[in-house]
Each structure stands twice: as structure tokens, then as C-alpha cells.
Design a protein around this ligand. Structure first.
Ligand code: HEM
Length: 418
């Protein structure tokens, strides 16, 4: 049984169709019901769900909440993998899924974050801007061609996916010839439960491919992130193993394109539905950076990674036992009226800044946030400037949504360009 409007006390199923269909309403109901609820993802490990802004922020920033259950005294590293185990995914594959940056705590996390930050610098990101603009312009030319004579186009496939996928592939150093493989792997890995039988092969292909790229960059350096990581590895006395590099690059590629694609797609829809806000941006394009932060506040992030309290902890009037999984409901926090006035309204003039939790907060704050914000800003600004009469080519209720782990997104966005 799952929580519904009729039966709010039942445990919440985070993948329930109700949550996908109307995330704002579902989160508002949970948030007003209690600061801490119980729930699960598709019948997996029961979790404590945290609904209100201050509590969610605390879970994300208080070092008492750990990201790796094995760091909790007497804790087990198995709890988060209940669903995967139930689905008989081999343990070496589960192992590839574990130990990602987001699942490491304390000094180990700081060390990896420092090494990757040396390669993934602010200068590298801001230096990419002209190239992001160039890729955007090329994709918009292709889109104009596909949408000639009022023919509907799906913006998700032809633009929202292609742009961040191309940018991140170039940044990391994935050759053009290898990108179709990556895109195919990405589709499997971003929706693992839908492609369980393919996971072992995909993980192995991906890891073999990355080991090969690392070896090639070591022999022949280029101006890309894999080369910079190889150099960071060497400067630091070989403390970053090849296996760690594989996981890091793997995380960057996968964490990077699907999320940014979702931000662009959801934002296009939100702006088409709020023409007054779009008009403000057209009148004053210098508002775009602020607007993108506001669009981030309202999606696509639904929840962060689970945290595990090091000791029994009091939160929202409930005592959560040490080691129990706690899920920060970020969308719920970002639409909490205790923090934001008229919280479900898109207001591109709102001083959202980094007050929203859409990129997380604290030690695990999204490493790719500056890149995602830049790509989304360039994309949205250019798209609406190029096609000022763009409109939806389907009824709002016909637009399909999907829930990935932690994110909601428009699956297809049929548009008429003018
Ligand atoms: C709109 C796009 C994006 C969204 C909504 C997003 C969201 C998030 C969130 C919510 C977290 C924190 C999760 C938590 O603390 O539980 C996070 C962490 C992370 N993100 Fe992003 N992200 C985006 C783009 C990117 C990009 C472009 C990259 C890399 C190229 C990236 C790489 C990462 C990494 C590596 C972490 C883990 C950081 C750590 O554990 O220290 N993200 N992201």
C-alpha cells in the first residue's frame, strides 16, 4: 500500500504514478502531513523521508549524516542494494555501482574531490562557454530544418539530450566514434531497473572502454578531463587508482548529461506555461542566470542520495536509529512555504540564488553545478531567441513524464517551432 490523498498515513512509494504525475501536490501533501515519514523505492529497503527545508538542509550538511552505510559503527554496506540483490544482479556489478563519489565520506571523499577538482576546474568550465554556444547553434540549425513547415519536433531527443551529451563527451574526452555506445550505455544505466538483464554486460563494456581511454591518454595526452585526471594522478604520487578513475569518469558522464537534459526540458515546458515569466526574460536577457537557478529550484531534482546517521538522531520529532537510511526530499524542501513565498510559482525575478537545494548542499554539493547552469542558460536563451513563436504540439496532459532515481523529467516534448 502507498500513501495517497485518501490514505496519507501509509508508507510512501517514491515511484508511485501519483508522485510522477503531480510531484508538487504529492510533496506538499507529504510535507504537511509530517516532517518525517516512512517510505521506500519500489518496495526496497524502508527509509525515513525528510520533507521540510530546514531538516533536509541539515541532513545534507550535518556530518553526522553519512553517505556510506558501512561508515556507521556496526553498519552494513548491503542495505542500499536490497533491490539489486533481489533482482539477482551479480555482486561484481553491484560493486561497480558502489563507492561512487557521492557514496564516500570524510577524508576519503575530500581526497577524491580534491583530485577531481584539480582537473575539473572553474577555468575549464568557463573556457567551454564559446564551444557550448557553437554546439547549441549547430543543434538549433538542425532543429530548424527538422521542424520546417510547422512539423512537430521532439525537443528532448534532438536538443535537450544532444547538447549536454556532446558537451560532456568533449569535456571528458570521449571520441565521437565512441559516443553512440556511451549513449546506449547511459540509457541502460540511468534506468537500471528497466534493463536489469543488460546491466552486467554494460558495466563491463563501459569499464573496459574507460580503461582503454585512460591508457591511451597516458601514452598520448590531450586537452581533456581524462588527461587532466591522469596528470593529477601522477602529480599526487599515483594515489588515484585506475579503478577510481574509471568510477570518477563514469560518474561524471552519467551524472552530467541526463540531469542537465532534464533541467533544459523541464525548463522549456515551465517557461512555455508561464509566458509572463518568459516575457520578462525576453525583455531583459541579463536575468537568465538568476532564472536558471529558479528553474532548478522547481525541478528536476526530487531527492538526494540516502544518508545514514552515525548515532541515533532526533529529527522532526522522531528518533531515527543509527544506520537507518534517511532520504532528503529535495523537491519538497524547495517548495516548502516555510522557506519560499508562494513556493510553487515560477518567479524568474526571485532571489533564489543558491538557497535552493536542487544541487544538494555541503560536502557533496554537485560538482557539475557550474557546468550545468552554464549549459542550461546558453541553451534556453538561444532556443527562445531563435524560435520566439515556439509552442507545444500536444496537450499538456499528453506529455509523458518519467521518474529516474532522484529526478523527474519530461520524457518527450513535442513542439512546433513557429
Ligand atoms: C541540472 C543538472 C544537475 C543536477 C540537477 C544535479 C544534481 C545533483 C545533486 C542533487 C547532487 C547531490 C546529491 C546528494 O547530496 O545527495 C549532485 C552531486 C553530484 N553531481 Fe550533479 N547535478 C547536475 C549536473 C551535474 C553535472 C553536469 C555533473 C558533472 C559533469 C555532475 C556531477 C555530480 C557529482 C560528481 C556529484 C557528487 C559530488 C560529491 O559527492 O562530492 N552533476 N548533483
Amino acid at each position: 500500500m502507498t500513501a495517497t490523498a485518501e490514505n496519507p498515513a501509509a508508507p510512501v512509494d517514491l515511484f508511485s504514478p501519483e508522485l510522477v504525475a503531480d510531484p508538487f501536490a504529492a510533496h506538499a501533501r507529504m510535507r504537511e502531513q509530517a516532517p518525517v515519514l516512512t517510505g521506500s523505492m519500489m518496495g526496497g529497503t524502508p527509509m525515513w523521508l525528510v520533507t521540510r527545508y530546514d531538516d533536509v538542509r541539515r541532513v545534507l550538511t550535518d556530518p553526522q549524516f553519512l553517505n556510506n552505510p558501512a561508515s556507521v559503527r556496526g553498519g552494513s554496506s548491503d542495505s542500499r542494494f536490497t533491490v539489486m540483490k533481489r533482482l539477482n544482479i551479480p555482486s561484481d556489478v553491484v560493486d561497480y555501482l558502489s563507492g561512487k563519489l557521492i557514496e564516500i565520506d570524510g577524508a576519503d571523499h575530500r581526497r577524491l574531490r580534491r583530485l577531481i577538482s584539480r582537473a575539473f576546474t572553474a577555468r575549464r568550465v568557463s573556457g567551454l562557454r564559446p564551444r557550448v554556444e557553437e554546439i547549441t547553434a549547430t543543434l538549433l540549425d538542425r532543429l530548424a530544418e527538422a521542424g520546417r513547415d510547422g512539423k512537430p519536433v521532439d525537443l528532448m531527443e534532438s536538443f535537450c539530450f544532444q547538447l549536454p551529451a556532446t558537451v560532456i563527451s568533449e569535456l571528458v574526452g570521449i571520441d565521437e566514434a565512441d559516443r553512440p555506445d556511451w549513449y546506449a550505455w547511459g540509457r541502460v544505466l540511468m534506468a537500471p531497473m528497466e534493463h536489469v538483464e543488460r546491466l552486467p554486460t554494460v558495466f563491463r563494456e563501459c569499464a573496459d572502454h574507460l580503461l582503454d581511454v585512460i591508457a591511451r591518454r597516458r601514452a598520448e595526452p590531450r586537452d581533456d578531463l581524462v588527461t587532466a585526471l591522469v596528470q593529477a594522478q601522477e602529480d599526487d604520487g599515483d594515489r588515484l587508482s585506475d579503478r577510481e578513475m574509471v568510477k570518477l569518469v563514469f560518474t561524471l558522464v552519467l551524472a552530467g548529461y541526463e540531469t542537465t537534459m532534464n533541467l533544459i526540458g523541464n525548463s522549456v515546458l515551465a517557461l512555455l506555461e508561464n509566458p509572463d515569466q518568459l516575457a520578462l526574460l525576453r525583455a531583459d536577457p541579463s536575468r537568465w542566470p538568476q532564472a536558471v537557478q529558479e528553474l532548478m529550484r522547481l525541478g528536476p531534482t526530487q531527492f538526494g542520495n540516502p544518508r545514514y546517521p552515525a548515532e541515533d538522531v532526533e529529527l522532526g520529532g522522531v528518533t531515527i536509529p543509527a544506520g537507518a537510511p534517511v532520504l532528503p526530499l529535495i523537491l519538497s524542501a524547495n517548495t516548502d512555504p516555510r522557506k519560499f513565498d508562494d513556493p510553487e510559482r515560477l518567479d524568474v525575478g526571485r532571489e533564489t540564488g543558491t538557497g535552493h537545494l536542487g544541487f544538494g548542499q555541503g560536502a557533496h554539493y554537485c560538482l557539475g553545478a557550474p557546468l550545468a547552469l552554464q549549459v542550461a542558460e546558453v541553451a534556453l536563451h538561444a532556443l527562445f531567441a531563435r524560435f520566439p513563436d515556439m509552442s507545444l504540439a500536444a496537450g499538456r496532459e499528453e506529455i509523458p513524464w518519467v521518474l529516474r532515481t532522484g529526478f523527474t523529467a519530461v520524457a518527450q516534448l513535442p513542439l512546433r517551432l513557429g
